[in-house]
Design a protein around this ligand. Structure first.
Ligand SMILES: Nc1ncnc2c1ncn2[C@@H]1O[C@H](COP(=O)(O)OP(=O)(O)OP(=O)(O)O)[C@@H](O)[C@H]1O
Ligand SMILES: [Mg+2]
Length: 273
């Protein structure tokens, strides 16, 4: 699949007087895998919601799949439906996303909206329950699950319809180590070719696996846009944008030193790092 998934030019957005995006420009081609990085409040969730046409640019221009991302364009039901069948967003907070009485209903909702045949819906639910390790939760009300269980159900309920463009807001937040590893493996190898994936995360350990390119936001602006490995090696950038912090530690022999630290471990700067 070729073509442009998203094109944003000088996009601004504000919640009343609170500026969230401030002159954001980038484009993403279909089939690209992009990590969206940035400190708390840098604008990641706002940008993902805009890519999912849940809010619209206050200034500048934004397009998705070649069509304008504007309130007016989305008033058209046919255009809205065509967009929704191709683009899916997993929210940062699963409580916002989950609303069905049971996990089973939650999974069935997307496929039924798309008008899939009954057997296809059943098969997809079966496969998805197993893929995300949530078969034992199928009759439970989603709002009474644990944080990580909710997150897995939310991810499963979007991935079940296999959207061409998958938007993920902090997909590994709240997941236990095994669930996190399974999700990363799935995003790295299980999605099939040609799918566009854009994932906001603070989890620098996973971005080499799930993305080829990283966009770093800082105070609503694009601070960097480069191949993921280049971003991971730019320690100054990561420090400036609060993605790593200076970690001071003392060894058993009394020797002390400082080095950059991410969420889960050391950032390696090279053979001497
Ligand atoms: N509903 C809202 N009302 C007012 N301001 C908001 C709202 N949601 C977000 N903001 C503000 O918009 C800016 C961007 O927020 P956003 O949620 O996009 O950041 P983020 O990068 O996703 O942060 P985090 O890493 O904490 O999820 C912040 O200044 C935030 O305080
Ligand atoms: Mg966010």
């Amino acid at each position: 699949m070729s073509g442009t998934a998203f094109d944003f030019q000088d996009v601004t957005y504000a919640y009343r007087s609170q500026r969230a995006l401030d002159g954001v420009s980038f484009s993403v081609q279909l089939g690209e895998r992009v990590a969206l990085l940035g400190a708390n409040g840098s604008g990641k969730s706002t940008l993902l919601r805009m890519m999912d046409a849940l809010c619209f640019a206050g200034g500048g221009t934004a397009t998705a799949l070649g069509a304008p991302l504007s309130e007016k364009a989305f008033e058209d039901e046919v255009a809205n439906f065509a967009f929704r069948r191709r683009v899916g967003l997993v929210f940062q907070n699963p409580d916002v996303q989950l609303f069905n009485p049971t996990v089973l209903d939650e999974l069935a909702f997307g496929p039924l909206q798309l008008g899939w045949a009954t057997q296809r819906v059943k098969d997809a639910i079966e496969a998805t329950l197993h893929r995300f390790g949530i078969a034992h939760l199928k009759d439970r009300p989603p709002h009474r699950l644990s944080g990580g269980e909710k997150k897995r159900v939310a991810i499963a309920s979007v991935i079940i319809t296999e959207p061409d463009v998958l938007l993920l807001d902090e997909p590994t937040a709240a997941l236990d180590p095994k669930s996190r590893a399974d999700l990363v493996a799935f995003l790295a190898h299980g999605l099939g070719d040609g799918r566009t994936v854009i994932a906001a995360t603070h989890d620098l350990d996973i971005i080499d696996d799930i993305s080829d390119r990283a966009i770093v936001l800082s105070e609503g602006k694009v601070a960097a846009d480069a191949p993921t490995l280049d971003i991971l090696h730019d320690i100054d950038l990561l420090r400036r944008t609060h993605l790593v912090f200076e970690h001071h530690h003392r060894h058993g022999d009394g020797h002390e030193h400082d080095h950059p630290h991410g969420v889960h471990g050391h950032i390696h700067q090279g053979p001497e790092g």
